[in-house]
Write a protein that binds this ligand. Sequence first.
Ligand SMILES: [Zn+2]
Ligand SMILES: [Zn+2]
Length: 143
Amino acid sequence: MTPAPDIEHHLRASGLRFTAQRYGVLKYLAAGPYHATADEIYAALTEREPLVSRATVYNTLKELTRAGLVREFPSDSNAARYDANLHPHHHFVCDDCGAVEDIAWFELPRQSGQPDLGGHNIRSYEVVFRGTCGQCSRSAGAS
Ligand SMILES: [Zn+2]
Ligand SMILES: [Zn+2]
């Protein structure tokens, strides 16, 4: 396997040692736009490399998240989704099929007065839009 140069570069620049597992997980996520759960990533990787264990995939995701190469996307279910798109963006989640899509970044309009953030120091924010995706809307209309 010849590593894709940019993924290898990101890995090394983050200070993480290059391993086949880290590379495999990053490459899978970078092939998106895709917001996969750890189980989905595990399933995809074991197809190619049957020796990868579930624990390895979970640990690798934690390491990549800590190193800032992947970000955890909060989802309703217990299974966190992982996102290799590190540019600021919002998300859309379909109520019907669960599809997660990136929404191009925009600033929230400034409110009059400061919103009460409870004295917390906000590092970043993102908006999650929920509703029915175009595909589910169309199939609902057709039936
Ligand atoms: Zn949908
Ligand atoms: Zn995303």
